[in-house]
Design a protein. Structure first.
Length: 101
């Protein structure tokens, strides 16, 4: 699973569709907007962001990262891969099938 945050609902929707349409992700969950506080270039910033939970495979991660980097409006987007240790076998098989090249 890959986590990223987008600055608004429209860019989050666009990236989610791009990832699923290109078979880089089996599913992308767009979560409700969150308020983020972070340090950027020496300043404390606050922003509303839309989190995405991207269901993909380890093999597809490099392509997912590249697609996010190209489509994302941030100079340095948050892209974090979270390992999935276990899960429902049928669901994980579906993710693999939907992300097959």
């Amino acid at each position: 699973m890959v986590l990223t945050n987008l600055p608004d609902a429209e860019s989050a929707r666009g990236l989610a569709r791009l990832l699923v349409e290109s078979r880089l992700a089996a599913c992308v969950n767009r979560l409700p907007a969150v308020r983020s506080t972070y340090r950027w270039q020496g300043e404390i910033e606050e922003a509303e962001e839309v989190p995405l939970l991207i269901k993909t495979t380890l093999d597809r991660y490099p392509d997912v990262e590249q697609a996010i980097r190209i489509a994302h409006p941030y100079e340095v987007p948050e892209i974090i891969s979270l390992p999935v240790g276990v899960g429902l076998a049928e669901y994980l098989a579906w993710v693999r099938a939907e992300t097959s090249e």
